[in-house]
Design a protein around this ligand. Sequence first.
Ligand code: HQG
Length: 179
Amino acid sequence: MDYQKLSKELSYALRHAPHEYELELDEQGWVPIKQLLLSLHEQRKWQAVTEEDLHTMIALSEKKRHEVNQGKIRALYGHSVPQKIHKEEKEPPAYLFHGTPQRFLDSILASGLVPKGRQYVHLSEDVQTAQQVGKRRDDHPVLLRIDARQAWQDGVKFYHGNELVWLADHVQKQYISVY
Ligand code: HQG
């Protein structure tokens, strides 16, 4: 079983295209594992996937992208579905980081961080993770530091993604500096 491929397929299904898989996300993004498996089994390459494989996939992944609980599974972040996925509000650490391609810098410093195609802005708890996120699109990404505590104190909402990923609706420019 190629667990990385399985993880990518599930991210696609649970973040972006549940309808293609005849899945309905609840308001926290959960779907019943039984339904997901039925849908996956329609594809030849996923005919043999079991619930156990989903656990193995999560355990083997270097990032916690998915979560299983009480017979259900969800993506923890990254959604672009039209229906807003409700995330738990949480006080952020003092600083959060964001890695982005050089070419986006001027626009970000002018209008802040906006969610673009996703439902939330994605922020990293540590510099290394932000660096990796930025490197997806630029070999020498810019690292931004977000004054999350100040923003929180000013009423900006932050939400928990996983242990390294934080989410926000919009981060205004006054909280952003080049790191
Ligand atoms: C940029 C992956 C211009 C923003 C990653 C980013 C992450 C602006 C891009 C997760 C802007 C959106 C999310 C503005 C933001 N002007 N550009 N005002 N505001 N941007 O992919 O944060 O591996 O939607 O800097 O690791 O790159 O798939 O967000 O470059 O955790 O699990 O607009 O996706 O996780 O890009 O990545 P994305 P992201 P997985």
